[in-house]
Design a protein around this ligand. Sequence first.
Ligand code: NG6
Ligand code: CA
Length: 520
Amino acid sequence: MQATHSIHFKLLCAIIVTTLMVACTSKPATNSLDPEAPNVVIIYVDDLGYGDVAAYGATELATPNLDNLANNGILFTNGYASSATCSPSRFALLTGTYPWRNERAKILPGTAPLLIDTNQLTISKILKAKGYHTGIVGKWHLGLGNGQVNWNDTIAPGPNELGFDYSYIMAATQDRVPTVYIENGMVVNLDPNDPIAINYRENFDGEPTGLDNPELLKMKWHHGHNSSIVNGISRIGYMKGGASAKWVDENMADTFLVKAQQYVEDHQNEPFFLYYALQQPHVPRTPHHRFVGQTSMGPRGDVIAELDWCVGEFYKTLDSLGLLENTLILFSSDNGPVLNDGYFDNAVEKLGNHTPSGPLRGGKYSLFEAGTRVPFITYWKGKIEPKKSDALVSQIDFMSSLAALVGSNELGPDSKNLLDVFLGNQDQGRESLILEATGRTAFRKGDWVLIPPYSGSAVNKMVNIELGNMKAFGLFHLKNDLSQQTNLADQNPEKLQEIIADFKAIRGSDYNNTGKFELK
Ligand code: NG6
Ligand code: CA
């Protein structure tokens, strides 16, 4: 009896040892990385303004967890998203390429094909090639598939074809169909007997809409957003089927948080890169009931409180696993703030004294500063010394900088290696940067910003935001005039010409998209 036991035991040991050996030797050949290589986390939020964070000057909102990162890391005062809207900013972040180089880099519908060519270099590919495990949790909004997506089958290409080993995403935005989560290309909880169909042009017979069935709505639409109704909220686009897979908006923050935490737990023993893209405070603003009423500002304030809490809980996970000293955290927002972005949610009425843009002019969709200048924080416990930095930096620089961090020589086409600036060893950022807003571009150079003339209304009346469309060139000196009140173009003709020339050198002669290239 004793002997049989010991034979069994030896056999078991042999099996375990062999399994471990196989497991070890079957690691990918690329994984030559030092196991101590730092983890990288990009925490990316949606429509959070420069003035929405207490560390950036907000007095009416508490954001203790964002403040923790900002006050114990580097708070950048001149940190930019590449665009004043989402898809172009995300495109630039992941590819290190200016969005105006890709004519499809506009706000995408939920049915858009993948915006990034699968041959194009991405941050995730660079880190994966260096042996990192790579994951994305949250908002994607970069298109999926090749044009004809069957939502009931594997959805590809998508993040998993762009260097992400793991993905748990919403396809587009919280206000666009399909309103389902997609994990590694498969809709989560889909019942094959209730297939999903999506159409952005016409409704499916018999399906209620926000336009025809306002009695079914718990949140009313203000402009747009009057198509299919999901969870009492009408969306952009029409959707049929997929009942068991539909998300519950109020649980979305928790869902993404748990997935992000799980990802870190699963990969704590290897170098990982996580792109954690939260949906707040984009519309529809649907705080979990734990956060309802936590601020005096209604849903917009409450989802910022929720966002802040999520960042805090995620931080605690890194802390409890002992990963903070070995993880670089980059925090930013995809574009500036907006109040009424299409639903009646009291964002305007309950704003009180809060200023989502802080001292900046404009907001989401705008070529003025608040469109693209956003909260921008780097944090690495024990490695980054806390400070404020005025260096000119952009999310487009993450790609080349992270490549440098992991010992890769790859450079994104428009991305600068600012690793030393992001780590606080240096204060010299970019010399210049092209800003984009709904297809228009402006040019920041040093303390100056140049906005070329654009036709179109000065103000988008629906969202009540100044777009930055001016009849003549705008030239502003941001150091002396942060809120862009004084146009110095007429007073400084030489400066104006100098900056136009620099702008053209990067952007090309057709810098304001007139289609009229200048004759030499
Ligand atoms: C706009 C939507 C807005 C928002 C935005 C995308 C209307 C009228 N407005 O077209 O609500 O969804 O697209 O926001 O439909 S972003 O942050 O993803 O770029
Ligand atoms: Ca956005």
